[in-house]
Write a protein that binds this ligand. Sequence first.
Ligand code: G3I
Length: 361
Amino acid sequence: MPHTPLSHRRRRRVLRPVPLAVVGALVATATVALPHLVPDASAATTLRGYADGRGVRIGAAVGDSPLTSDSSYTTVLDREFNSVTAENAMKWDAVEPSRGSFNWAAADRLVAHAAAHNQGVRGHTLVWYAQLPSWLKNGNFSASELNTILKSHIDTEVGRYKGKVYAWDVVNEAFNEDGSMRSSLWQDKLGTGYIANALTWAHAADPNARLYINDYNIEADNAKSDALYALARQLLAQGVPLHGIGFQAHFEVGKLPASMKANLQRFSDLGLEVSVTELDVRIPLPASAAELAQQSTDFKTASENCLGVPRCAGITLWGVTDKYSWVPGTFSGYGAALPYNESYAAKPAYTGLSNGLNPNA
Ligand code: G3I
């Protein structure tokens, strides 16, 4: 999709008729190739079909390993999602494991895959406290050296994917739960000014990319989202190129915050895009039928909470299938957090999400 405002894209979509022969071919291809995965798999009723119809993104975080080794995975990915995010491949430790020695292989693979399947790419992530290479973490650099290193990282990575990444999570997880700034290599050595600098450098490297601050536990109206709101207002007042806020949305079943939609709305009211960037809904294992039903409701509500806000650009899930989800490795005893199970059967959550995306459901 072009990097035009959503309203423009919507308008163009309405004006450009799709030849019936093409529609027929798309429907036929999807139905023939995938009848066993989703009973009604016509192009129009996939997640991406509904999202395309609304001019928004439905995305998934993609691991390099399943991308290169599991054809069931890519079948679902390409049928259902019009956007991809590298789960790890664009992080600093992955792209520059030793100073000045780059490894773009996995990131390039994802970008090429996306281009081949008409998917946009969300870039994740440029400035984070975690997954830093040890040469950087342990380098004991001065503030001035660190500033130069950060600028060079942003120039190099954003420059490499200029025109191929429609949005970047420029700054990830910069806040503590109480709204104070999280201690990190960046915060401790450079102060909060690193955020404005990172956004400014990223904008210079790709003026068309939408630039985000991304965080977790900011879906509710709380101390952390209040602090981010204050920072976002300040950055906008200073003319810093901040375009969007990414709400990661790592939820536990049945615990979506009641204030989520109003909270996204207040950021949208600042003129910012809002996106759900890492949605999953973990369940204590084994998941009961009631919990799977509640999870379905949660996926529907989470997507509606974003899409009901004027500047919602889309929703990205942190994975496709429970088979590769990060959840069990981090939250002991929890899992089953995504709309597809480990055998690629669509769970009730798939229907919930689909209904959340389908304006006529
Ligand atoms: O790259 C090494 C590899 O060389 C080694 O063989 C292997 C052995 O364990 O580990 C590999 O690194 C792992 C990496 O994923 C790539 O697979 C790390 O140990 C592991 O910690 C890392 O986990 C990722 C995590 O971020 C790191 O913080 C998860 O896959 C990824 O889903 C998760 O994603 C984060 C978002 O970036 C930010 N928001 C929260 C989200 C979930 O934690």
